[in-house]
Ligand binder design. Structure first.
Ligand SMILES: Cc1cc2nc3c(=O)[nH]c(=O)nc-3n(C[C@H](O)[C@H](O)[C@H](O)COP(=O)(O)OP(=O)(O)OC[C@H]3O[C@@H](n4cnc5c(N)ncnc54)[C@H](O)[C@@H]3O)c2cc1C
Length: 407
């Protein structure tokens, strides 16, 4: 098969990138070893994503939002508190209200399986886009004009550019000899869905417990998704508990504000790691999403960063194609690297610092961070800056994330 771009990885970043490029008039093939039925099953991925409003604009511009909107819960407010287990939250808290920066919500919470479903529906109906699954990209080989992807099902795809959106382990990044700066956090992210008695009113809670952040993210209905960062040994014990025991541990941490709680039977735990690729591009090759960076989920920004990669890369490639330039040339791809690397580094470093600052029970630090939260809470411009930052609305925005993107 001969195409303009081959994408390795049909996840939450690879699919929107492929849709954007095909809608821009390029021929695109996307390969993924996971069959569609598997990735859309409830047990595949229990996570939700907090999609910043810039990411929602991108979903709108790509026609994905129509298939997602009914399942997405707007985030109207975010409440951040520093709390010790079994004690009342600190009186110092930080409150973000979307009304302060406009009429649109701060973002939405959507289940990853619903995002995948919506992406698949649009991708399958997009002219010029071929999805090949199940099939892994096993190897890449390039010459001056083309790059060839060898798939596990025996197919060969020749393209002008190959993009690796194959997740944090990224076999393709490795095969191109790009190394990463990385470390593991001594924490895991436990994820489950919790039903509660009272409505959440669109409020997301971030409680900083000594072992790590405990986020309660509003979903449609009287449900919230729990992202509970816990030290490895405790997380292993929690995951091994029977349902009643696990439910009781959740209720203990939830507090009373949502009434009685009941966790669903399925639960997941994700080891947490920081990594940043030392380069994002090579001749005829680019990285996007978790293949390029992996960050702590403390601020719910990993996918938002990946979507910004996809939108920026689409801008760079489509502009080069329109000018008749070689879309795989290093000087074209270097613009993408300059655009995205610093932003990803800044976000990765700040989420790492936040996690270190908050995941402990050291009294002077608790006092300092309580004061920090209270100070930000009192200063309107600072509060609004953080809200825009969380909404992904600062810096050089790619076309698909701009206010007028959806037309
Ligand atoms: C607990 C937790 C909570 C999170 N919460 C949020 C949040 O609220 N908001 C947010 O923005 N982010 C969040 N994130 C981060 C987010 O989930 C990731 O950043 C995002 O899923 C990355 O998408 P991706 O497409 O780059 O990688 P993946 O989703 O890992 O997709 C990679 C794809 O590549 C495929 N693949 C693998 N090998 C090959 C190969 N050789 N050839 C072809 N394909 C291959 C895989 O099958 C897979 O489909 C969270 C992460 C965690 C751990």
């Amino acid at each position: 098969m001969d195409v303009d771009v081959v994408v390795g990885g049909g996840g939450l970043v690879g699919l929107p990138l492929a849709i954007a490029l095909a809608r821009g008039g390029l021929s695109v093939a996307i390969a993924d070893p996971a069959p569609k039925t598997e990735v859309l099953a409830a047990a595949y991925d229990g996570r939700v994503s907090a999609l910043a409003y810039a990411s929602v604009r991108m979903a709108r511009a790509l026609g994905v939002w129509t298939h997602l909107e009914a399942d997405a819960q707007p985030i109207d407010e975010i409440l951040v508190t520093d709390a010790a287990l079994d004690q009342a939250p600190s009186p110092f808290s930080l409150h973000f209200d979307h009304g302060e920066i406009g009429t649109v919500p701060l973002g939405v919470i959507a289940e990853n399986r619903h995002i995948r479903q919506a992406l698949y529906r649009v991708a399958e109906a997009t002219a010029g886009l071929t999805i090949i699954a199940p099939a892994a990209v096993k190897a890449l080989a390039s010459d001056a004009q083309r790059i060839k992807a060898y798939l596990s099902d025996g197919q060969e795809i020749s393209a002008r550019l190959a993009v690796a959106a194959d997740g944090r382990e990224s076999p393709l990044r490795e095969s191109m000899g790009i190394s990463v700066v990385q470390w593991s956090y001594p924490q895991q992210g436990i994820v489950t869905t919790v039903h509660h008695e009272h409505p959440h009113r669109g409020v997301a809670y971030e409680h900083f417990l000594p072992s790590g952040p405990f986020a309660i993210l509003p979903m449609t209905g009287n449900r919230s998704s729990l992202v509970w960062t816990e030290r490895n040994e405790v997380a292993r014990r929690m995951m091994a508990l029977d349902h009643a025991g696990f439910d009781a541990e959740i209720a203990r941490r939830f507090g009373a504000h949502l009434g009685s709680t009941r966790a669903e039977a399925l639960r997941w735990s994700y080891p947490l790691r920081f990594h940043l690729a030392r380069a994002y591009v090579r001749p005829r090759f680019a990285l996007a999403g978790d293949a390029a960076h992996g960050i702590h989920p403390i601020a719910g920004q990993g996918l938002n960063l990946g979507l910004k990669d996809a939108a920026a890369l689409a801008d760079v490639i489509l502009e080069a194609a329109a000018l008749g330039l070689d879309i795989g040339a290093l000087h074209v791809l270097a613009r993408y690297e300059r655009w995205r690397r610093f932003d990803s580094f800044t976000m990765a470093a700040s989420t790492d610092a936040l996690n270190r600052l908050f995941s402990n029970d050291i009294a002077p630090l608790r006092l300092a961070r309580g004061l920090g939260l209270a100070i930000v809470d009192q200063i309107g411009p600072l509060r609004r800056f953080f809200m825009r930052q969380a909404g992904g609305d600062l810096g050089d925005l790619p076309t698909l994330m701009r206010e007028d993107a959806a037309g």
